[in-house]
Design a protein around this ligand. Structure first.
Ligand SMILES: *[C@@H]1O[C@H](CO)[C@@H](O)[C@H](O)[C@H]1NC(C)=O
Ligand SMILES: *[C@@H]1O[C@H](CO)[C@@H](O)[C@H](O)[C@H]1NC(C)=O
Ligand SMILES: *[C@@H]1O[C@H](CO)[C@@H](O)[C@H](O)[C@H]1NC(C)=O
Ligand SMILES: *[C@@H]1O[C@H](CO)[C@@H](O)[C@H](O)[C@H]1NC(C)=O
Ligand SMILES: *[C@@H]1O[C@H](CO)[C@@H](O)[C@H](O)[C@H]1NC(C)=O
Ligand SMILES: *[C@@H]1O[C@H](CO)[C@@H](O)[C@H](O)[C@H]1NC(C)=O
Ligand SMILES: *[C@@H]1O[C@H](CO)[C@@H](O)[C@H](O)[C@H]1NC(C)=O
Length: 570
């Protein structure tokens, strides 16, 4: 036995010896880097745990999604209703009664927190949580967190709950405190109102990328849409961590960047989990404004929503999918420019959140995520000499479309920080195995062992991601990152949906099987670039290189609007 498995054997022994009927559920062997232990959480404090009850038929939903999203299937694009999806995600009556019996035997009063009843929450004293789940809740701090968090390095389930409970949260999930995806900001390059920038080329010191540049380069139409409105075709931008979208900044941005359309486009605000979106001087968030300005600036006339979700990021992601899966009317495209290292979540929580995107995909929503801004080294990069690649989530979930980054127009090349790689949690979905194995075959043998070849590979596509002009708190600001690419791609998909609706066809919904099986030719293949990260010199570190065909920097490449539209209408 390895030391590790000896430790595990010992742990489960201890657990069963002390409580009689507990089964180790999830654990960490070490405290994640950056976090510092501060001793036991006070026994009399209370903790609210979210509990995921096993959905009655995840495999059935997965199969249904495959059927409705795979070209050639008789059910292709016959998207499901809210209630159709809930028949798969609600727990079985057996699971409900097992959990109810456990709760009442232990004096707990669960509250249902998801539309299908698959998530409940329980509030209990720390001492009781420690005992019921063989946990050891402790306080942990991190230099960029204002308050300590309460976590445990291992959690067990009473044996009667095994097979009925999938996740207990927060327990072993420790996500990084900076979930906003952004490389260092390029700085400020002011241009006067009405005066065009010297060029659109982000590799040119005098160049900035604007909606007009993107429209010209990718052939995106500037005319207002005709068939979007009400709930037919809406883009939703999701936001976290009190990053607020400002209406006044959007008006100023549209006046500057889209003088050909009304600057009063606006957006509606939705909130969940105590999210807010206050307006006023100094309240503008860099991410929220970037995402709102590039969806509004590109998807001319498509209704926009901003969903602001309160709370710490891991929990907020959960709250996002639970909120959305409860809505009868959903946006058709959701864009999300946030993410953190996959290993912070742990398998059960990440799987449950990823399944939430599966449910949205089955409802006909294209869920789009930025691929990360640390090259192969996680969300924001890491130590350049560490040659173990670090995948990020949620972009690594196979039910979202991950968007990588490029820069320059002649030639367009993968930007060095474009996130991408291979998941350690999710196996490669069947839609991508051919494309990805062609890439893997080109790698040198010395890549063995530094990433997980069998994992879900991303990004799926890419787009410009450097030197985007935005307005934040009334000032011109320049932004970069795959967080600029994702909303732009979302806008393109929404414009295609509008043409599909006009032709009496269904919207694109979950994109990936269609992208890999039908639409790869509608992208310009990006074949140069090295994803070593923003800080790491290309010759000083190991990373992936862009290649002919699919690659983990730019996926299939960058979209050609007319080709995508032709493929979608076909
Ligand atoms: C939305 O779809 C409905 C039903 O297909 C249609 O009657 C309506 O005109 C559409 N709305 C817009 C703004 O196109
Ligand atoms: C928005 O457009 C209107 C009409 O063109 C213009 O009068 C107004 O100044 C613009 N708003 C801003 C903030 O530039
Ligand atoms: C929202 O705030 C209320 C009042 O502070 C709190 O009780 C509740 O737990 C919060 N909800 C979430 C999801 O954070
Ligand atoms: C290298 O990166 C991997 C993945 O992020 C991480 O698990 C590991 O701890 C790092 N190693 C060192 C020595 O920093
Ligand atoms: C590699 O990924 C697979 C899922 O595709 C997972 O089961 C396995 O544990 C991963 N290996 C490592 C070392 O993380
Ligand atoms: C990575 O690319 C950005 C954008 O072009 C550039 O500013 C930065 O210097 C590059 N980093 C390295 C280490 O070359
Ligand atoms: C990497 O390239 C830079 C600039 O071209 C050079 O100064 C440096 O010595 C090189 N480093 C290595 C390890 O080759």
């Amino acid at each position: 036995m390895t030391t590790f498995s000896k430790l595990l054997a010992l742990l489960s022994l201890v657990v069963s010896a002390s409580a009689g009927s507990l089964v180790l559920h999830e654990w960490r062997t070490t405290v994640p880097s950056g976090f510092v232990r501060h001793g036991a959480a006070p026994a009399t404090d209370t903790i609210t745990l979210r509990v995921a009850l096993k959905p009655n038929n995840v495999a059935g939903l997965e199969e249904k999604l495959r059927s409705v999203s795979t070209p050639g299937s008789s059910e292709f694009q016959k998207w499901l209703s809210r209630d159709d999806v809930l028949t798969f995600t609600k727990p079985s009556s057996e699971t409900l009664s097992v959990f109810d019996a456990f709760a009442s035997a232990n004096g707990l009063s669960p509250t249902t927190i998801s539309p299908g009843g698959d998530w409940v929450s329980i509030t209990l004293p720390i001492s009781k949580a420690n005992k019921l789940f063989a946990a050891n809740f402790e306080l942990f701090t991190h230099p960029s967190l204002n308050e300590p968090i309460t976590r445990t390095l291992s959690v067990s389930l009473p044996s009667e709950l095994v097979g009925h409970v999938d996740v207990l949260h927060p327990t072993t999930a420790f996500t990084a405190p900076t979930p906003r995806l952004a490389p260092p900001r390029p700085g400020r390059k002011i241009r006067k109102r009405g005066v065009p920038a010297a060029s659109c080329d982000s590799t040119d010191p005098a160049g900035v990328v604007t909606p007009t540049c993107l429209q010209d380069f990718y052939g995106i139409p500037t005319t207002p849409v005709t068939h979007s409105g009400g709930s037919n075709n809406t883009i939703m931008v999701t936001g976290y961590e009190n990053d607020w979208a400002q209406t006044a900044d959007l008006v100023q941005f549209l006046t500057l960047a889209r003088p050909d359309i009304s600057n009063a486009t606006g957006f509606t605000v939705l909130t969940t989990a105590n999210g807010t979106n206050p307006q006023g001087p100094g309240k503008g968030g860099f991410e929220a404004n970037l995402d709102i300005q590039y969806t509004a600036g590109i998807a001319t006339g498509i209704p926009l929503q901003y969903l602001s979700v309160g709370g710490e990021f891991t929990t907020a992601l959960l709250d996002t999918t639970n909120f959305l899966n409860g809505l009868t009317d959903l946006p058709t495209v959701i864009t999300n420019s946030w993410g953190v290292a996959e290993d912070g979540f742990g398998a059960s929580l990440a799987t449950s959140i990823c399944n939430g995107y599966m449910a949205l995909g089955a409802r006909g929503v294209s869920v789009i995520f930025a691929s990360g801004d640390g090259g192969v080294r996680g969300a924001h990069g890491g130590v350049c000499t560490n040659n173990t690649f670090n995948p990020i989530f949620p972009a690594s979930c196979g039910y979202v479309t991950s968007v990588g980054g490029t820069q320059g127009f002649a030639p367009e090349t993968a930007v060095n920080f474009t996130g991408g790689g291979f998941s350690n949690l999710f196996p490669a979905p069947s839609y991508q195995t051919t494309a990805v194995s062609e890439f893997l075959a080109t790698l040198q043998p010395d890549f063995a062992g530094i990433f997980n070849k069998s994992g879900r590979a991303h990004p799926d596509v890419a787009l410009q991601a450097w030197n985007f002009e935005t307005i934040v708190n009334g000032e011109v600001n320049i932004e970069g990152g795959t967080s600029a690419a994702a909303p732009t791609f979302a806008a393109i998909i929404a414009l295609i949906n509008d043409r599909l609706l006009a032709a009496g066809k269904p919207v694109l919904g979950f994109l990936n099987p269609w992208l890999y099986e039908r639409a790869s030719g509608a992208f310009t293949d990006i074949t140069t670039g090295h994803s070593s990260g923003y800080r790491c010199a290309a010759n000083e570190t190991v990373a992936f290189d862009a290649a002919v065909g699919w690659d983990p920097l730019t996926g299939f490449g960058t979209p050609i609007f007319s080709e995508l539209l032709k493929t979608a209408l076909n």
